[in-house]
Design a protein around this ligand. Structure first.
Ligand code: C5P
Length: 215
């Protein structure tokens, strides 16, 4: 395969986009960036630094950031997710994060066949001309149940009701904010994962991609 492949995915919280992105990345040998993790990283920075949290600190940290730094388990908590969706509304913060994402999207290391990014503004802002654009979603109860199970597996003390509540708040923040709101662009393919297993969802996406890549 010698085509440079760019895959852009947007989705509301816990819709299964990350799982699919990882499977696609592995199958097509693409660099994967979970852009939500960058906002979670900044949200966590805010929680940890409180008074010292400012744009200079964020710039400094992002300039040294490596994708590996985003794998830490402490970024997975519900508290960090909520803080992430608050810092993500800030125009200056989005600007700081922009170049990091552009580097991954357009200049992945040569060993890869391309890149895949998922988030909220990937199809609309970061990778407008991606080879493939998907909007992955599922109903809110399914998303909350999936996230609840994930958090319980990490031994986080949380109830389903709490998860549902925080996903509702995040959806509201993400869909309604002024800057880079979550939306399905007209040229994105809608994938509803509510009644799909991980495998059948992946096969559906793969079928769409393989058809275009053959041409
Ligand atoms: O994807 P994840 O749920 O980890 O993202 C955490 C938060 O980061 C989201 O609720 C959203 O507010 C923000 N985000 C964003 N733009 C992105 C990715 C995530 O605003 N591209």
């Amino acid at each position: 395969m010698n085509k440079f492949i760019q895959v852009a995915i947007d989705s509301p919280a816990a819709a299964g986009a990350g799982t699919q992105a990882k499977l696609i990345a592995k199958h097509y040998n693409l660099l994967y960036l979970d852009t939500g993790k960058i906002y979670r990283y900044i949200g966590n920075l805010k929680i940890q630094n409180k008074k010292k949290f400012n744009y200079t600190l964020i710039k400094k940290k992002i300039s040294k950031l490596k994708i590996n730094n985003l794998q830490k388990k402490n970024l997975l908590s519900d508290k960090v997710a909520t803080e992430a969706s608050i810092v993500a509304k800030d125009k200056k913060i989005r600007k700081i994060v922009y170049n990091f994402q552009i580097d991954c999207a357009y200049s992945p290391p040569r060993k890869f066949n391309g890149s895949i990014l998922d988030g909220r503004d990937i199809t609309s802002v970061i990778m407008k001309n991606a080879t493939f654009k998907f909007f992955i979603t599922a109903n809110i109860e399914t998303r909350s149940l999936r996230r609840y199970k994930e958090l319980r597996a990490l031994n986080k003390k949380i109830t389903y009701k709490d998860v549902l509540k925080s996903i509702k708040i995040r959806d509201k923040n993400d869909y309604n904010r002024k800057i880079s709101p979550l939306k399905k662009t007209r040229d994105s393919i809608l994938i509803n994962t509510t009644n799909l297993s991980k495998r059948s969802c992946f096969l559906k996406i793969k079928k769409i991609m393989d058809k275009k890549l053959k041409n």
